[in-house]
Design a protein around this ligand. Sequence first.
Ligand code: SF4
Ligand code: SF4
Length: 467
Amino acid sequence: MSAQQPYKIPVHELDATKKRVHPRFVTGKYQNIRVVSMYFLLALFLILPWIKYDDRQAILFDFAQQRFYIFGLTFLPQDFYFFAFFFIISAFTLFMVTVYAGRVWCGYACPQTIWTHMYQYVEKWVIGDRNKRIKFDKAPMNAEKIAKRSLVYFIWFIMALITALTFVSYVVGTQDLYFSWQSLGGIPFPTWSTMTWSFVGMFTFATYVNAGYMREHMCTHICPYGRFQSVMFDKDTLIVSYDYNRGEPRGTRKKGTHPENLGDCIECTMCVQVCPTGIDIRDGLQVECIQCAACIDACNDVMDKVGYPRGLIRYTTERQLVEKEDTKIISPRIFAYLLLLTALFGVLIYTLNDRVPLEIDIRRDRNALSSINAQGSIENSYIVKITNKTQDKHTYNIALEPQKGMSLQLRFNDLPLDPGESYDMPLSIYGDPAVIDKGQTPIVLTVESDDGKYKVSKENIFTTQGQ
Ligand code: SF4
Ligand code: SF4
């Protein structure tokens, strides 16, 4: 194809036979942004379990107690719709970002990319840059190779272990994970449950294999987002692209010259050498491309050195690159996503704001519909489960909404509950048979905190049936 012919960005299929990739590390504008973004997220992941809020781990997913704590909020299993809602919002946000900015998540924020980058950096630090690593792989086994490989594996293992411990600390809590020890035959040993040991082992293994060996195969063969993102692209989606019309025909040349029959690509292959998934962006849009922009920085560097304008490989859109038109920033799809996300966020914030951190559940006594006591009153028995979903201790009172001929009898009037604590309170309601209606009568029970801040009412039935 000549440079003048209309050009369409080719889309390539996967090549599952590819050998191990040893990318060259590159610096540049986009790599600086990536490093800041990746290490900021990594620091957040490592630091968050150590942050305390109201004397408790600020973020704790306590599966054993069925309580999730997120700063001042406590969530019970019945609140899981909040999480479902949160994941729906996250998914739509990701879709919108993908339509606008392509696989920016993959290149700048995905844990797989971050851990792969760190593991490759360890190889670079111990063995050397790309060429040394390729040579090292091919070299016969000797003492130096064993020592360097062992050091790489050891550092990888420590990184995997730290990752696993941090992950588990969100569930078990940093206190129980790191500061609970026992002495076994004089040797200090953590007091972890079998489950904790299993999860630490499992996550260590998964991190080690994923970042050490799976790497780009995870993105190209396993991650579902990697497979379907290309169908979300449109002509206005930002993608890392090689400017075919400017670069072709590619070819080597003498330094400081630009032969008339050649384009701007000097065939140095730097864009291929820096690619963490080992592809050649000049072949067109590929499923393996995680849009890390390493090839942009590498090519810009080359262009600077040979004195050609930057941007032979750049972030652009199909509309700009192929149709030579301006990119539409707000397309109907983006607009629809924005509207939807605004509505979803509005509902989430309203629901969270409206949420009372006090849960009550009324169950009737299953053994008898009703009974008659010594004074001749009809008695209905209930169990009221009260859960304190705040981060503070509260005392709660239970009251029956006044109703002619009915009275409430409690074992005790005030119920003190610790943060996150639940209590099943048995109570009876008595009805004067001369005053109350026969059959079923709706009743309302109200639970209120002693400071009057939280109040929840729930309906049930008082019945005369069974007499
Ligand atoms: S880095 Fe730029 S000049 Fe070098 S091969 Fe890639 S596209 Fe061509
Ligand atoms: S082709 Fe470029 S942007 Fe895509 S993964 Fe390779 S280096 Fe990153």
